[in-house]
Design a protein around this ligand. Sequence first.
Ligand code: HEM
Length: 493
Amino acid sequence: MFPLNVGVLTCIGGVILVYVAFTLNRRSTPYLPGPPSLPILGVALKHPKTEFWKTYAEWGRKYGYQGLISFHVLGRRMVVLNSAADAINLLSKRSYIYSDRPFPTMGGLLMRREKSIFYMRIYRKLMHRSFNPSAAQMYWKMQEQEARTLVDNIVKFPEKLVEHLRRNAAAVIMKIAYGYSVTRNDDHFVVTAEEHMRIASLVGAPGKWIVDSLPFLRFLPEWFPGAGFKRQARQWSEKMYLQSVEPHSWVKQQMAAETAVPSFTSSLLRPSDGPPADAEAEDLILWAAGGLYAAGADTTVSATTTFFFAMMMYPAVQRRAQAEVDAFFAAENRIPTLHDQAAFPYLACVIKEVLRWAPATPIGLFHCTSQPDTYKQFLIPAKTTIIANIWAMMHDETVYPDSFVFAPERFMGSNPQTDPRECAFGFGRRVCAGYATLLLLWHATDLQMVLSLLTVNISKPVDENGRTIEPEIGFTTAIVSYVRLSSAYFSTI
Ligand code: HEM
């Protein structure tokens, strides 16, 4: 009985502390409006568990000030920016206040992830150094090869489409990060990296861990009733670190044997224009390379999955994109390469629409204020979590009429709608660090789409009686969201 009583008392004491801190924190300048909330709990009981970006947009319309809302969950204050204008005003124009990341107790402090690419800005330099346009060309051959492998696999095993897309993204990133060639879907490094991602999405799930809202709980010992999260954090942290060490050590062995294929890791460990990395720099390189997979694999897979889903759902778009690719083939009598992107202007609009229609990161990555700020006469306190609702920006009917319709034509003509890339990759100083990398990966994605359109027709699945099955449109909920693509029908052209 004794430990339980202490546990209950600790929790009650903590809740009172939060309440007192919360009450003392009240200022004469009001907070932004938001949904009705309870003392202490805030909106904890009504915060949705799935596709929260839709609820945030709805709360913005119902309770917000010009779409802006604020609320708290157990004292943790959040502001949601539902419009691109507010996101640019705050995250870009006031980036000196809005460029920190909240450091969660579970996924950050307890998991000892201070050096993660998502918290430290030092990595941006490393990435910039390694992913300049001339370095990018180094990967083109490999990307062309991978695009062909992908399309071959789709033709052979169409029912495993999503698996092929994952393998393809993994292969490209593993090659870039470590110079490592993935040859099988069940490759050891890929399986462990996927496990890494699974854990990361569990620890990062907003609202899942009470210790994120009541950080003093981190002082409870592991054996304490209800403190299982501490044991879990330690085990996961050790596992994730080992998962990053393995491919890093593999590169070092390859370098020692002088068989290393040039990569992000090898070029930073032994730069051509300076001394080899010391132990401290090496640790940062290890963390950064591990983060590349986390940041780049899921986002790319999300976008390519959306592409196939949209082609299946919108046959007229598919036919038009296919006509563009066929015309190229007829004129040139060869398979397109990465040098031919300019030949596919309609496909370029399809890709913009992919980013807009189903943004890979609907609520981006959270930012956090480093000091108090006043915006539109409302107070945004220091340490407020700032959520850019990219999904709401991409479905703002004043910017994108009929926003739920997949229509690449919206980016064509003399008066195109706003390029979604202005928001899809985030804002200000924390804008996607992979953007340059991404451009190079994206070209490969481009090529995958071109080759797929050249090789197969994509249509809705059929049942055993040959009747078309109407797919439902649904999305997964996590930092990276996917359209649910259970099956599609492929016929070879
Ligand atoms: C469709 C593809 C992608 C999308 C939509 C995307 C989107 C984003 C967004 C919205 C953010 C948060 C920006 C902010 O906080 O304002 C971000 C951050 C980041 N992205 Fe991407 N990303 C993609 C691909 C990639 C790739 C391929 C890489 C690297 C190989 C990458 C590396 C990163 C990193 C390292 C950050 C953290 C930057 C920081 O905290 O300073 N991303 N991305």
